[in-house]
Design a protein. Sequence first.
Length: 555
Amino acid sequence: MEFADFADRVAAIEAETADLEITSLVADLFVEAGDDLPVVARLLLGRVVPAWESTTLDVGPSLCHAALARAAGPNVTADDVADRLAEAGEIGAVAESLDLDGQQGLAAFGADGPDSLTVAEVAAQLRDLATASGSGSRDRKVDLLFDLFNRADPLGARYLARLVLSEMRIGVGEGTVRDAIASAFDVPVDAVERALQVTNDYGAMAVRARDEGEAGLDAADLEIGRPVQAMLAETGTAADAVEAWERVAVETKYDGARVQVHHDPAGETRVFSRNLEDVTDALPELVEFAEDLDVPAILDGEALAVDDAGDPLPFQEVLRRFRRKHDVAQMREEITVEFRAFDCLHADGVDLLDTPLLDRRDHLSNVLAPVDSDAGGLSPLTVAEDVDAIADHESRALEAGHEGIMLKNPESTYTPGKRGQNWLKRKPDVETLDLVVTGAEWGEGRRANHLGTFLLSARVDGDDFATIGKVATGITDERLAELSDRLEPLITEQNGTDVTIEPKVVFEVGYEEIQTSPTYESGYALRFPRFVAVREDKSPADADSLARIEGLVES
Ligand code: AMP
């Protein structure tokens, strides 16, 4: 396909505003693209190479302006191009408006004679440009780009300029390309979607849909070295999780950066970010970690910055390491990164996307068995059946300085790129109340010698308090013993296992919602209250008042 024809079609797509019409124009283009189909599918998304390849064009504005100026002739400088850009607001319009013909390019006469420039040639030349490196590579890039501009017609120049600066913006997103592939080659959208999630290669999957149909798409496999989109989480509560799945897989939520580690014992290790960027070179300790693995594997997890004691550092610290290209060794001295592996997508020749979580975790443990590394390890998982057990895990995670917990459906398969209901992220509540302890209940079983459940009250007037709920979760055994010792001397009355406590101690309590309720004197109840801390700095007179709580409910 001539690049000029491609540019005409792209202009028509850009001018269209109705989504369905855009999809249909893209589908028509796919049907007619012939051998150029993979390149066309990528170019529409503004990509020269598949998103996950480590090759990048690395063309900045100044290089693009220099190439445009040269193609426009001796009367135009790179500064003129920048001035025009300031006026026009986008590089495509500038490139289109310049008179770019007539300069002698590297290969001004293509195989089909003067001025012919095909889509395939553009793709090949941009690939050369992407791989140019080392000394003199800037000049070489300017040469290659100049040659393309020189041979392009005005519309072609418009899209070339946008393409090299990653500013395609023609209203075609990944969803449009997915739908267009399905419609062009008469295959189910779901099959295209799954194949794209597994491969992330729009070009290759368009070809597969055309040449092999649904069966070909279904056969798309994971490949070590080619990243998969990460499965994502929704926000949710412990109560939601218990209700939905009965058994809940609870993991620590690390405040780091998502990484996917691909390892082939016979080949190499690559590490990818959540955006599928290759970040291997920035994180050598993850490569060293993977060297101990003795089977091919794809691991999902979090890269976490830690201090000398191994305690977690905030997210910003890991970011300082993440995309670093220079001085990696020096930064490594400054910030230590560990890998916490929580999932396994491929182990020893077997794809595990359709395998339930707990079985994937078995594979993960097996794969990690030979690893003996300071640079991380298996992230622990516990299976909980009630909110208390979940709260225990959460208290431990928070006490260890982590961000919170993740709740996962033990039966769920791995759905790449999906923000689904099978993974729930639970961060600590932002909302807390300071409430007075006015009663308690003796515990049961292993907690029989301790006060277990604490009755909480809001301040009404002066020395008056109105009950609003009970808190029993979020308290570790150790903390429970402490609280019991502290509150026992304040018991004023006992009735069975229930005790009344003199209002002296203030608890900070997190909650998910305040509901109206006939159960408590205040007329309100806290939904899923959790112990956060004893407010040593507050007396009952400083506790939250019922008036404030009424205000919160109203707002
Ligand atoms: P958020 O970034 O708030 O949407 O939370 C989801 C992110 O939490 C994931 O993309 C991971 O980077 C991160 N995360 C930390 N620990 C875990 C874990 N145990 N399981 C899954 N994701 C985790």
